[in-house]
Design a protein around this ligand. Structure first.
Ligand SMILES: Nc1ncnc2c1ncn2[C@@H]1O[C@H](COP(=O)(O)OP(=O)(O)OP(=O)(O)O)[C@@H](O)[C@H]1O
Ligand SMILES: [Mg+2]
Length: 270
């Protein structure tokens, strides 16, 4: 084992032990758990092909108000883990608790409420509705949540200002740059004041400067609104601003590191 690996595993064991799932150390002290994944496994079975074990038992606690980056090679299971904790797909086994509620126990209406109100989603490819303007895209989740039209428009415009696209509020996605589209997607994710933002590779389609602006925006929002940001990434810029980094490898937790400990290893990450 290299010095760095040794250091990483001792850091990891220092505050969270995945075997016993016991928390200790200063970082976890006094923190509230918002997402708890327990032994989450996912097997994809396609016809005639051998099954893919995308997650092989992930146990992880995510704390309220933290910025957690999820890193790992392509195909390691990051998006699968996202889909599980975001209630977008059911794990094959194991449990996901949000605010200590086992989401597998929710009925369709409760799950829809959770997806609409509690979690904001941001995707690599923005996923905006092409025929709607920026402000209409941002209003959409509010419409689903039953917010009245005027109120939704007013709030959507405030969100446009927050993410710096108020001058482009009436443009359609095809008239916006990638960075502007991602700002719209971020504003949309905030529409119903979620407690959690799940961002799957939010900077992957952006140049590094724009990517950095988007990351800074997410950090600002985390601080202003006390949301929990969970972001899968290949972007090393993301590491410097994350409170913790969850490294996934072959569908398993490889290690969890605190930002302070990453700094020590700067230049040797990955
Ligand atoms: N719907 C699916 N059906 C079958 N296999 C799938 C499906 N979705 C993902 N997989 C497989 O599960 C594994 C994990 O995929 P996942 O998308 O979670 O990886 P990832 O870490 O997000 O990768 P990337 O960094 O490329 O986005 C991969 O081997 C992938 O091919
Ligand atoms: Mg992915």
């Amino acid at each position: 084992m290299s010095d760095n690996q040794e250091q990483a595993s001792s850091v990891y064991k220092g505050y969270w032990d995945p075997e016993s799932n016991e928390r200790h150390g200063q970082y976890a002290h006094g923190k509230e758990v918002i997402v708890r994944a327990h032994d989450v496994k996912k097997v994809y079975k396609a016809n005639s092909e051998s099954p893919v074990h995308a997650l092989r038992g992930v146990t992880m606690e995510i704390y309220k108000g933290e910025y957690l980056a999820i890193m790992g090679p392509s195909g390691s299971g990051k998006s699968t883990f996202f889909n599980a904790i975001g209630g977008l797909d059911r794990p094959s086994s194991g449990q996901v608790y949000i605010d200590e509620v086992d989401i597998a126990q929710l009925d369709a209406a409760e799950l829809a409420w959770l997806r609409c109100r509690k979690i904001g989603y941001i995707f690599q490819s923005y996923n905006l509705i092409p025929v709607m303007t920026a402000i209409e895209n941002i209003m959409l989740p509010m419409t689903f949540a039953g917010t009245a039209g005027d109120e939704a428009r007013h709030k959507a415009f405030d969100l446009c200002k927050l993410v710096g696209i108020d001058h482009r509020a009436d443009n359609k996605p095809s008239e916006l740059s990638g960075g502007q589209q991602q700002r719209v997607a971020i504003a949309r994710s905030l529409a119903n004041d979620p407690a959690i933002i799940l961002a799957d590779e939010p900077t992957a389609n952006l140049d590094s400067k724009t990517g950095l602006d988007i990351i800074k925006l997410l950090v600002e929002l985390k601080e202003q609104k006390n949301v929990t940001v969970i972001s899968a990434t290949h972007d090393h810029e993301m590491l410097a601003i994350s409170d913790r980094v969850l490294w996934i490898k072959d569908g398993q937790v490889d290690r969890v590191e605190l930002r302070e400990d990453l700094k020590i290893q700067k230049g040797t990450i990955d």
